[in-house]
Ligand binder design. Structure first.
Ligand code: NAI
Length: 467
């Protein structure tokens, strides 16, 4: 789907008119291309303490074997190759930072927030388009006492508010590491890198929890899925087709699954990604077994399952029919539960497996006319939370991605005026593209996300609906 308004306010004469009229001007987001620099300009690392120093070392490339050796002791940072970014530690007049990282793991009282946060404020007006702000912090649990919890939860409020103040495609997101998880954990660095990069173009105002130091840093950040075999359901079009292409770009061999009626489109997707096609309705009772048999027979293994197939049958609850209710539950959640059970009991889904399922902001905030859909998508969130622990013994994870408004055939059916409104109701003032969801799925499927266990990552441009 084309967003005509977005294109008009970003081109020539109509751009000037929009400026003069003070109309909202959503930016054309910069999206990931292989070979692109991770961050296109200097990075300001704010915060004091050992974690801030470690982050600065890794970002700047003074970590790694060639970095400064600590006296005698083994320095864990020296085993991590640096990212070779242009890192600064103090704001300087005239600098324009492409990214600002606030390392706030040591805050113990709300009084501790002012230094780094006001320093961020002092550079906000000079940030270039598409800038990135990332906080690195700890969760506000009861363990450390009320003052620390207050300071830590305050970061949540700051982050979400700053995200709403940014303009021109800039975003703000946070990495929240459980107590005891070091800042060098694969998922802490993986999430930091995801949020800094253009892969997270439509992720805004989100805080991602890192539960463990599980997972592994990839040998090649551009191809973290090399050697892995991934199944994507509903892959014939829309978000599923983008997920198939993105996982293949990142190195995976892809099995594309969709209903027989979509067979032609499915074959085209499978060919494009050099994978294989499996025509299968996910509600078939032995769908999980058939997926596994196909993957084992054609590719010798199965590592990643992306539950993307989904349908809509909107109706106000007062007018809901058993058929509309039942078909949504069957496709959007019951099929996922059954497939997972078959995979988990097979004994063949045990090599650091990843399950990533498509939820929706409707499953978090609710949506008029969508009790059935929201039941299924809320169900996905509950499902990943309870499935993740079943996979930890194998180094596996289960997580969900909750898209907001994404431009696909599904949302093209929304009446035009409602569609225009839905697009503008987020901080980036536009709908996302299928690739935006696919990038988040690819991150959660990657080895570096092994410490993200049972969570939901929203890809919604900081939709004003819900959290
Ligand atoms: P789409 O309707 O464009 O594509 C869905 C695909 O799933 C189609 O190829 C369809 O044939 C396939 N499918 C449907 N039932 C199936 C079944 N029983 N077995 C196998 N394949 C089946 O949808 P879109 O927009 O690409 O959405 C993908 C996922 O993202 C869905 O789970 C949807 O609920 C979710 N989502 C989409 C949002 C959006 O704004 N487009 C927002 C939030 C969530």
């Amino acid at each position: 789907m084309t967003d005509t308004y977005l294109n008009l306010v970003n081109s020539g004469f109509t751009k000037k008119i929009a400026q003069q009229l003070g109309l909202p001007r959503p930016a054309i987001l910069r999206r990931f291309r292989p070979g692109q620099p991770l961050v296109d300009g200097p990075v300001l690392v704010l915060g004091s303490g050992a974690d801030a120093d470690t982050v600065a070392r890794i970002l700047s490339g003074t970590s790694g074997p060639g970095g400064p050796a600590a006296d005698g002791a083994i320095d864990p940072v020296s085993t991590i190759p640096g990212w070779d970014l242009d890192v600064r530690r103090d704001p300087a007049a005239g600098d324009r930072y492409a990214a600002v990282v606030l390392v706030l793991t040591e805050v113990a009282h709300p009084d501790d927030l002012a230094g780094a946060v006001l320093a961020l404020g002092s550079v906000l007006k000079t940030l270039p388009p598409h800038a990135r702000i990332v906080t690195v912090s700890r969760p506000a649990t009861a363990d450390e006492g009320p003052a620390t919890a207050a300071a830590r939860q305050g970061i949540d409020g700051i982050l979400r508010s700053v995200a709403k103040e940014l303009r021109a495609g800039a975003t703000a997101n946070g990495v929240v590491m459980a107590d005891g998880v070091p800042v060098t954990a694969p998922s802490a660095l993986g999430a930091l890198r995801f949020f800094l990069s253009t892969r997270s173009a439509f992720v805004d105002g989100q805080l991602l929890d890192i539960d463990t130091d599980g997972g592994a840093l990839p040998l090649d950040w551009d191809r973290p899925l090399e050697g892995r075999v991934a199944v994507v359901t509903g892959a014939a079009r829309g978000i599923g087709a983008a997920i198939a292409a993105t996982l293949a770009r990142d190195g995976a061999t892809v099995v594309a699954v969709d209903v027989p009626a979509a067979g032609e489109q499915l074959a085209a997707v499978a060919n494009r990604v050099h994978g294989t096609a499996l025509q299968l309705d996910v509600t078939t009772p032995d769908a999980g077994t058939r997926i596994l048999e196909h993957a084992m027979a054609r590719h010798g293994r199965l590592d990643i399952v992306v539950h993307n197939a989904g349908i809509l049958r909107d109706k106000l609850l007062a007018n809901m029919t058993p058929d509309r209710w039942g078909s949504i539950i069957a496709v959007n959640i019951a099929a996922q539960l059954r497939i997972n059970e078959q995979l988990l009991t097979s004994g063949d889904f045990t090599n650091e497996p990843r399950i990533v399922a498509l939820a929706s902001t409707s499953g978090i905030a609710g949506n008029r006319g969508q009790t059935n859909y929201a039941a299924s998508k809320g169900g996905v969130i509950g499902m990943v939370r309870a499935t993740a622990p079943l996979l930890t013994a194998f180094g596996g994870t289960a997580n969900a991605v909750a898209p907001g408004f994404i431009e696909t055939d599904m949302t093209a059916k929304i009446p035009p005026v409602m569609r225009q409104v839905a697009r503008r109701l987020n901080s980036l003032q536009q709908g996302g593209q299928p690739i935006d969801v696919a990038e988040a799925v690819a991150f959660l499927a990657s080895p570096q996300a092994g410490g993200v266990v049972g969570h939901v990552l929203r890809v919604c441009g900081q939709n004003l609906v819900g959290q």
